[in-house]
Design a protein around this ligand. Structure first.
Ligand code: 5GP
Ligand code: MN
Length: 339
């Protein structure tokens, strides 16, 4: 993988560009993709943004969303864009299997794959160019750094600023996680100077839900959360029937895993959701416990030290049992926690 600065001189030659990200894109995935999209537009490139799956409707305000292809629904059009592409930017993921049904197509593509990502253990042999930096708060911060290093920061307009702000805000838990560096705050200051109106972005992402989501949250905290004090661990297990009963859509479960981490003494919080086709898990931890390793070892997943996820094909009961066994296996690390 060559360093990203190798492509700076090539930015000025119009190309056929695909920008893609991980399945079920979150604020950082969609924000970095559309931030880069809005930045690249004035160069005259032909750009197609492809999401491997659908996404949460609360991201639809982002400038450019209406042009994003959903690979599962617009496969033919997306495949053609991939076939024709010179460059494929891969943002906010670093292993091709994070693109679900697009994995095979990306693997066979003759285009140059360009990685910009902040997750651990990248498949660097798959990418022609790229940057992988696990110290970065978000992929949006990395896209911002890319833009500044390319010398074209004059092209950061309000649309670019809004998209990048959305991703850095969500991935830093509203600027509270440890990766929220001085660079992050300096970036936000520049985005403000470029026309960012941060209030509406915050509102679009955090105050934009339907009643059913809050009824569902009440049910989750009352009936689906179990605390294992001996292990400083909390588990939320959600059956598919709950998703149907409360009409839960993509994105409605985001952030749920953080609630039990707010309970005094909890070091590891987990959520296992029966999505029907798979059991999706998310893990969050406080300082000492490495959930990236935990997710990789037991749940076919990965992510960061304090935030990771995975997915399993076994039944919900089996995955819950697997979690409890894994928790017990890690008793030494989980129980020795000092508060
Ligand atoms: P979340 O729990 O919010 O879905 O994801 C937390 C972090 O873990 C994110 O950075 C996400 O990209 C990563 N992650 C979530 N699920 C998976 C997975 O199945 N595989 C890998 N490698 N990473 C994941
Ligand atoms: Mn991210």
């Amino acid at each position: 993988m060559q360093p990203l600065n190798q492509i700076f001189p090539l930015l000025l030659q119009p190309k056929r560009v695909v920008i893609t990200t991980h399945q079920k894109p979150d604020g950082d995935a969609m924000g970095s993709s559309l931030g880069l999209y809005n930045f690249l537009l004035p160069f005259g490139h032909h750009i197609t943004v492809i999401s491997p799956t659908n996404w949460a409707s609360f991201l639809n305000w982002m400038p450019g969303t209406k042009n994003v292809l959903d690979y599962e629904r617009q496969t033919e059009e997306a495949d053609k864009a991939i076939d024709d592409a010179d460059w494929i930017f891969c943002l906010d993921f670093n292993t091709l299997n994070r693109t679900k049904r697009m994995e095979e197509k990306l693997g066979k593509s003759t285009a140059q794959l360009i990685l910009i990502d902040h997750h651990q253990e990248p498949q660097t042999d798959k990418f022609a160019y790229g940057e992988s930096d696990t110290t970065k708060s978000s992929t949006c911060e990395m896209v911002y750094d890319f833009i500044v290093a390319s010398g074209h920061d004059d092209k950061i307009n309000k649309s670019v600023a809004e998209c990048l702000y959305a991703g850095v805000m969500t991935d830093t838990g509203s600027f509270r996680f440890p990766a929220t560096s001085g660079n992050v705050h300096r970036m936000v200051a520049v985005l403000k100077d470029k026309g960012l109106d941060h209030g509406p972005v915050h509102e679009a992402l955090y105050d934009n839900f339907l009643e059913n989501k809050f009824r569902f949250l009440g049910n989750v905290l009352l009936n689906r959360m179990e605390i294992f004090y001996e292990y400083n661990t909390a588990l939320i297990a959600i059956p598919q029937a709950d998703l149907l009963k409360y009409n839960i859509k993509t994105g409605d479960t985001e952030g749920l895993v953080n609630y039990p981490l707010g309970i005094q003494g909890i070091k590891l919080a987990a959520i296992i959701i029966d999505r029907g086709e798979e059991r999706k898990s998310s893990f969050r931890s406080k300082d000492g416990f490495d959930v990236n390793t935990f997710a990789r070892k037991y749940f076919n997943g990965g992510g960061h030290f304090n935030a990771a996820g995975g997915q399993n094909k076994e039944t919900q009961e089996e995955v819950v049992a697997k979690f409890i066994a894994a928790m017990k296996e890690n008793k030494d690390q989980l129980s020795n926690y000092q508060f």
